[in-house]
Design a protein around this ligand. Structure first.
Ligand code: PEP
Length: 269
């Protein structure tokens, strides 16, 4: 069984935002704010800046307890891949995590499940931990295809990923219709239900124990106002934050909500 008391995992995805000055300021505010909150052992936090600022932000975050993550990689060690960034380079810059399969990369850049799977395997082999994003469109939800879509993204995205490295994979459930403040919001119940579907798929592939152990974040317009309610449902182990991660006060408030929720002991299925 999942423990009653566990740490929430809160990650900020800065997407293609910030400048050198913005990234410096934001990272300092987050490091200082979390330092004051004494987060160690109470919550896990990471931020994922754009590639050009990884080194800079990594330096600022050193010793803060906040981990560094990247938003993408190319699934080769090195070579003639103009414009791409390898897993080794990310590790060299101090990254612990990489976000893969984000809906913006699937939708705008046409990334397939097969290509995402190559990235997942390359990241894990190199030593990076993976945050694999999955989620359905509104049309898919309305036509009853949510489970099939999640199943496909998980089965294909995790193809040939061995049981032994599963503890380095986090799943981010991000319904496309709830991302980016477009006016639709998932309810806590919808998040809980989708997370249960994801665990069911995990149970089928890897067994019940892995299904209970896998960390599943919710992502989609999480803000300070709704963070506590979105982090409360059973099976929601954290949050992947887009827009609100660009404001230190908002991001810190969400982290605080994560700490408070993890302290609620005795949650049951
Ligand atoms: C995202 O795109 O991963 C995301 C969760 O964005 P937002 O929080 O802005 O909806």
């Amino acid at each position: 069984m999942k423990p009653d008391l566990h740490k929430k995992f809160v990650v900020g995805n800065w997407k293609m935002h910030t400048t050198t000055a913005d990234a410096t300021h934001l990272a300092k505010e987050i490091a200082d704010g979390l330092g004051a909150m004494n987060i160690v052992d109470r919550v896990s936090v990471a931020v994922c800046p754009p590639f050009p600022y990884l080194g800079l932000v990594g330096e600022i975050l050193k010793g803060s307890g906040v981990a560094l993550g990247a938003q993408n990689l190319y699934p080769e060690k090195d070579g003639a891949f103009t414009g791409e960034v390898s897993p080794t380079m990310l590790l060299d810059l101090g990254c612990k995590y990489v976000i893969l399969g984000h809906s913006e990369r699937r939708r705008i850049l046409g990334e397939s499940d097969a290509f995402i799977n190559q990235k997942v395997r390359a990241a894990l082999t190199a030593g990076l931990d993976v945050i694999l994003c999955v989620g359905e469109t509104l049309d898919q939800r309305n036509s009853g295809q949510t489970e099939a879509m999640l199943d496909r993204q998980l089965t294909q995205g995790l193809a040939d990923v061995s049981f032994g490295v599963l503890n380095r994979v986090t799943i981010a459930y991000e319904p496309l219709w709830a991302i980016g403040n477009l006016g639709h919001h998932a309810t806590p119940q919808q998040a809980q239900d989708a997370h249960a579907l994801i665990r069911r798929c995990f149970a089928r592939i890897y067994g019940e124990k892995s299904a209970q152990a896998v960390v599943i974040q919710y992502g989609g317009s999480v803000k300070p106002e709704n963070a506590a309610s979105m982090l409360t449902p059973y099976g929601v182990d954290g949050a992947l934050i887009g827009g609100a991660s660009l404001r230190a006060d908002q991001f810190l408030a969400i982290v605080q909500a994560g700490i408070s929720e993890a302290q609620v002991i005795g949650k049951s299925a």
